[in-house]
Each structure stands twice: as structure tokens, then as C-alpha cells.
Write a protein that binds this ligand. Structure first.
Ligand SMILES: [Zn+2]
Length: 214
């Protein structure tokens, strides 16, 4: 079932390796089918090279496996909590991508110093430290992400959301690029913050181009 969504989510998972956002088995992409409410997610502890669309696992919002021969990702509960509390989103990505994770380790949001951060909705907020794997991370994401499409979780990594798996994946790639530039700029001096007005205009421009999530 959900053949197209399986393929889409599989493709998005491979994008994580293409853009070097993950190593070994870390990271995952999921997508929700708006009709059934079922979520397609990467299997747990499975290397990306071996991954096929058939390996993707379909679960319901309670975490019950509906279809699939492998166990779902260990982060499944986190994804499901966010889906349950954000009916507007149908895609979610988690990575420990290097540059964005340096902000997580320092306990800092990614500041709005680049125009492209408009596509995230503004500064990338920081979520507090939460033990990994359960719905507690989901609670922290829902509480702190607001109208943004990305969040860095202290001492952990990045979560991105979107209207579908493709948008959430694009955000994961973009947030890492933004973090990389901001990181290097910070080594050379003090990055210039975008004015509130400029940021507002960038956010509006990107929302018109990509469509708003909420
Ligand atoms: Zn993680």
C-alpha cells in the first residue's frame, strides 16, 4: 500500500546521504499520507545503500506497524507525536548534520543573518535537551518550533518539517548550508543580523514561492 509515498520517502532518505547530512544509519525521513493518516518511515538501523522502497515501514499514529518487514526507526515515536499535534505537516526529517549540530552542542539557535533563512521562517529556534528516541522530543519540538520549519535540539541535532517529505528534506539541506555559512562567518567576525523588516520580507517571499505550511 501507499506505493507512491513509499517511493517518495525512500527517495528523500537517499537525499540525506547525497547531501552528506548523515553517516552510517543515523537520520531518517518520514511522510504522512493525508488520506489514511498512516506514516511511512525509514526502518531502524538500516544502511542507506541497502534501502529500497519496499523496506520502508508504514505505521499508524499509535506506532502500530501496518505494513513492513522491518522495525520502524527508533525515532518513530518522536515523528508520530509531532504529526499528531501538527495536522498541517505531512513530512519530517531528522539528522545530526555537522554544522547545524555545532549550534545544538553550543546550545544556540541559528541566527537570522542570511536571506535564505527566510525559507525556514526566521531564526532556527533551539529546543532544550531531551533524552533521545521517545515522544518527549516530540513534545519539545511542538512546544518550541512555532511557525518555523526547523529546530536544533540541544546536544543532539536537527529536526525539520514540511507540507510533505520533499519540503522537509529541502529544509534539512538548506538549514545545514545556512549553518555552515553562519559558522564560518562567525570565525571571521561578527555576522550582521538581518533587520526585522528585511527578514519579514524574505519570509513572505519564500512563503509565496514554496507555499506556507500552516
Ligand atoms: Zn538523533
Amino acid at each position: 500500500m501507499l506505493e507512491q509515498l513509499r517511493k517518495d520517502v525512500w527517495k528523500c532518505n537517499l537525499e540525506l546521504t547525497k547531501y552528506k547530512l548523515v553517516v552510517m544509519t543515523s537520520g531518517n525521513v518520514s511522510g504522512r499520507d493525508p488520506e489514511t493518516g498512516y506514516v511511512v518511515i525509514k526502518p531502524s538501523g538500516y544502511t542507506y545503500e541497502k534501502l529500497t522502497p519496499e523496506d520502508m515501514v508504514i505505521v499508524d499514529l499509535d506506532g502500530k506497524v501496518i505494513e513492513g518487514h522491518l522495525r520502524p526507526s527508533t525515532d518513530t515515536e518522536t515523528h508520530l507525536y509531532v504529526y499528531a499535534h501538527r495536522p498541517d505537516i505531512c513530512g519530517m526529517v531528522h539528522t545530526h548534520s555537522t554544522y547545524a549540530s555545532t549550534y545544538a552542542v553550543l546550545g544556540e539557535p541559528i541566527p537570522a543573518v542570511l536571506t535564505t533563512i527566510g525559507m525556514i521562517g526566521g531564526e532556527v529556534p533551539l529546543g532544550g535537551f531531551v533524552p533521545i528516541g521517545g515522544k518527549e522530543i516530540g513534545e519539545e519540538i511542538v512546544a518550541k518550533i512555532g511557525d518555523r520549519l526547523a529546530i536544533v535540539m540541544q546536544n543532539h541535532g536537527v529536526f525539520t518539517i514540511g507540507k510533505d517529505a520533499f519540503q522537509a528534506t529541502k529544509m534539512a539541506v538548506e538549514v545545514e548550508e545556512i549553518a555552515k555559512i553562519t559558522y564560518f562567518a562567525s570565525l571571521r567576525g561578527k555576522p550582521i543580523p538581518l533587520s526585522e523588516n528585511s527578514l519579514k520580507r524574505m519570509v513572505e517571499l519564500y512563503r509565496e514561492e514554496y507555499g506556507q505550511v500552516s
